[in-house]
Design a protein around this ligand. Structure first.
Ligand SMILES: Nc1ncnc2c1ncn2[C@@H]1O[C@H](COP(=O)(O)OP(=O)(O)O)[C@@H](O)[C@H]1O
Ligand SMILES: [Mg+2]
Length: 397
């Protein structure tokens, strides 16, 4: 952060003076580009929502930013867009960014900016901040994208407080890879929250086909279905499949090229997921990739450690492309493409361990099958998964 500089405001309004730099790109909505598929049903759902708070939570590449960009274009020009980054772990920066974004719609009292900087603002500043911006005429939609970048407790509290005190008639949209800092249970109970998750964002056949076409790949219905199953409707995965096809893989080879060593998918998953994790975390994921379904005791047995159950829950909460197979949070699996990458990583990192891990997995499965409680959970899982699949397909139809 440089000091003593003016911020670049997003709109036509007078530029507020701040003591640090906020780049203009932080306030820029994603621009439509050719080849993008209109997410009409999802945009409709957002545009007709009367609830004040909307959370969109899904792993990287599910199309969160693209969807919100399309919605922002549809809904109004009165959208204050902030793309969060590491700098927003300072409450003064975070609140200033919010104020600058709102200022782009209609001028915010300049005293707020001065007070923000001199107050060393934190959560106690939020009520004053809200009353200063609440005077603006008409409804404003505030979008905070990439909220996962805000990790400091203080700033997460600021966001939660802002959500609770949001001016009447406004909407706040939080898009994040992990659960955003909201009093979710309370907002749900009050009917003030719309939640969208990965299964909502997953593309259907029509959207997948349009995405591939937009990326320059003509695919027949069977091919689209195959890629859809492989990617589980994950937009970035579909796009990467199109790149792999265009890069010259014969159609019949695309599936095998989509194993973990596919250059496009591998690069994406490494840079967006694995590079953000510790060695221990990546090692857990690679070693458990020998399992098609995972539960805590099974992972503990394969890894010869304890506490895997909590780690599985943590991975799901972090949206690391891990799918819960039952509502009790007992059984999980990796997204197919991630598992393929992890299997390849395991072979590369620890080739001598692979046979052992498979042996341990086979032994542990036999032991677990002998345990009635786990057997019952497994049966529930199988039923739950079949049900969830049907629901998912119905939901997207
Ligand atoms: N509506 C869409 N049409 C075409 N491609 C899309 C669409 N949504 C997402 N994608 C593809 O997925 C990638 C990731 O999308 P993005 O919106 O950035 O996801 P997220 O914000 O969830 O990480 C995009 O770069 C694009 O290749
Ligand atoms: Mg995004």
């Amino acid at each position: 952060m440089g000091f003593g500089l003016a911020v670049s405001a997003p709109g036509e309004q007078a530029t507020p003076r701040l003591s640090f730099d906020l780049s203009a790109s932080k306030f820029r909505r994603p621009v439509a580009r050719s080849g993008l598929v209109a997410r009409s049903a999802l945009v409709d759902r957002l545009a007709t929502a009367s609830e004040p708070i909307i959370s969109v939570v899904a792993p990287p590449g599910y199309g969160k930013t693209t969807l919100l960009g399309q919605w922002a274009t549809r809904v109004s020009s009165r959208v204050a867009w902030v793309s969060c980054d590491d700098a927003d772990n300072d409450p003064v920066v975070l609140l200033s960014a919010l104020a600058v974004a709102v200022n782009g719609i209609q001028p915010v009292d300049q005293a707020v900016f001065a007070a923000l900087v001199s107050s060393g603002a934190g959560i106690t500043f939020v009520p004053r901040f809200v009353s200063a911006i609440a005077g603006i005429d008409g409804r404003v939609v505030v979008v905070l994208d990439h909220v996962e970048a805000v990790t400091s407790n203080e700033c997460r509290d600021v966001i939660a407080e802002f959500a609770v005190r949001l001016p009447l008639g406004w909407q706040l949209v939080l898009s994040s890879r992990i659960d955003p800092p909201l009093p979710t249970a309370r907002l749900r109970a009050e009917g003030r929250l719309v939640e969208m998750v990965a299964t909502d964002l997953a593309m259907d056949s029509r959207e997948a086909s349009a995405l591939l076409k937009g990326a320059g790949v003509q695919a027949g219905a069977a091919r689209v279905e195959e890629l859809l199953q492989l990617t589980e409707g994950w937009a970035a995965g579909l796009y990467l499949a199109a790149l792999a096809t265009r890069a010259g893989a014969p159609e019949s080879e695309v599936r095998s090229r989509f194993a973990g060593d596919d250059r496009f998918i591998g690069d994406y998953l490494r840079s967006e997921l694995l590079d953000h994790l510790s060695d221990g975390e990546v090692s857990f994921m690679c070693r458990t990739s020998v399992l098609d379904r995972m539960c805590g005791p099974l992972c503990d047995a394969v890894l010869q450690r304890s506490g895997s159950g909590q780690f599985l829950e943590w991975m799901e909460r972090r949206n690391l492309l891990v799918v819960a197979l039952d509502r009790r949070r007992e059984w999980y699996r990796y997204h197919y493409l991630l598992r393929e990458l992890l299997e390849t990583e395991l072979l590369r990192r620890e080739p001598d361990l692979v046979a052992d891990l498979h042996l341990r997995a086979a032994g542990a499965r036999t032991l677990l099958r002998a345990c009635p409680r786990v057997r019952a959970a497994g049966a529930r899982t199988a039923r739950g998964e079949a049900g969830a699949g049907r629901e998912g397909r119905r939901g997207r139809a």
